[in-house]
Design a protein around this ligand. Structure first.
Ligand code: C2E
Ligand code: MG
Ligand code: MG
Ligand code: MG
Length: 280
């Protein structure tokens, strides 16, 4: 590119390409909504003291007809920008409740699994959120206390009274709320006072270093103790090895999630994990 005043002519070929890709992706995403190209994976959330599965997190995937499986971080931002997260998120919620209710029907009644669903800020802005959640529960038969809605701290930054009221209405249904990626946002502690949170999910970046960086260990244990003091459940995200697990177990972290236990699984693989097929 030339220097001088030309530096303001910023629409370069590479940008045209990326703009073009963006438009294609947007068109693809619209089609994906109409053609139901989304799938769910489920990752177990494990009670560390007993090693039993206490819940599952539902994680969306996009099965693109040409590009293959697209992970959420590659399309959720665009879906949020274009508002398409609304129909996608609605499908995720209904499907996650339906699957969880189906698994619970195969378990002892006294020991149901809970299912966690990630919610975007865009979804929280919608007035119909409460009706959506209550209809997903009613339709599936999943008890409200078995549903956890995960919110990120960035979502809570813009905490207008309306947002708070809507969260309170969802919580009044009996649903639990979790703060996802806890510790990565700005002013995490302030949110704990303002929002009716039940669960803290300790971000993977703390868990990564818990076995070998003293500061990370101190922060992680501090978050666990904070959770206990506030009577909140704590979930450690992204546990990948036995060393991390033993630090967290020693620190009395209640729950954990990560590749050490299982990756996000297809519904079929989750079915086999929960109800191992017996050899005939
Ligand atoms: P998240 O909610 O924090 O989900 C945890 C992410 O960490 C998942 O990535 C999971 O596969 C990954 N993970 C779990 N254990 C490990 C581990 O031991 N090691 C490593 N390296 N990674 C681990 P995934 O499925 O790619 O999702 C990424 C993010 O996309 C999620 O982060 C969430 O913020 C967003 N997301 C996923 N599904 C949905 C959805 O249905 N709606 C919305 N709004 N966001 C979603
Ligand atoms: Mg999450
Ligand atoms: Mg997270
Ligand atoms: Mg890391």
């Amino acid at each position: 590119a030339k220097k001088g005043k030309d530096q303001y002519a910023v629409f370069e070929p590479s940008m045209r390409e990326s703009f073009q890709r963006h438009l294609e992706m947007e068109a693809d995403l619209r089609r994906a909504v109409l053609r139901h190209e989304f799938q769910l994976r489920f990752q177990p959330i494990v009670r560390l003291a007993t090693n039993e599965i206490s819940g599952l997190e539902a994680l969306v995937r996009w099965q693109h007809p040409e590009r293959g499986m697209i992970p959420p971080l590659d399309f959720i931002p665009l879906a949020e920008e274009t508002g398409m997260i609304v129909p996608i998120g609605e499908w995720v919620l209904r499907e996650a409740c339906r699957q969880a209710a189906g698994w619970n029907a195969q378990r002892e009644p006294g020991n149901p699994l809970s299912v966690s669903v990630n919610l975007s800020a865009v979804q929280l802005e919608r007035v119909e959120l409460t009706e959506l959640v209550s209809s997903a529960l009613a339709e599936s038969g999943l008890p409200a206390q078995c549903l956890v809605i995960e919110l990120t701290e960035s979502l809570l930054v813009d905490h207008r009274q309306e947002t708070l009221d809507r969260l309170a209405a969802v919580k009044a249904l009996g649903v639990r709320l979790a703060i996802d990626d806890f510790g990565t946002g700005y002013s995490s502690l302030a949110y704990l006072r303002r929002f009716p949170v039940d669960i803290i999910k300790i971000d993977k970046s703390f868990v990564d270093d818990v076995g070998d960086v003293p500061a990370a260990a101190a922060l992680t244990l501090g978050i666990i103790q904070l959770g206990q003091a506030l009577q909140l459940s704590t979930v450690a995200e992204g546990i990948e090895d036995a060393g991390q697990l033993s630090e967290l177990t020693d620190g009395n972290c209640e729950l954990g999630q990560g590749y050490f236990f299982a990756e996000p699984l297809t519904p079929e693989a989750m079915q086999d994990l929960l109800f191992p097929p017996t050899a005939a």
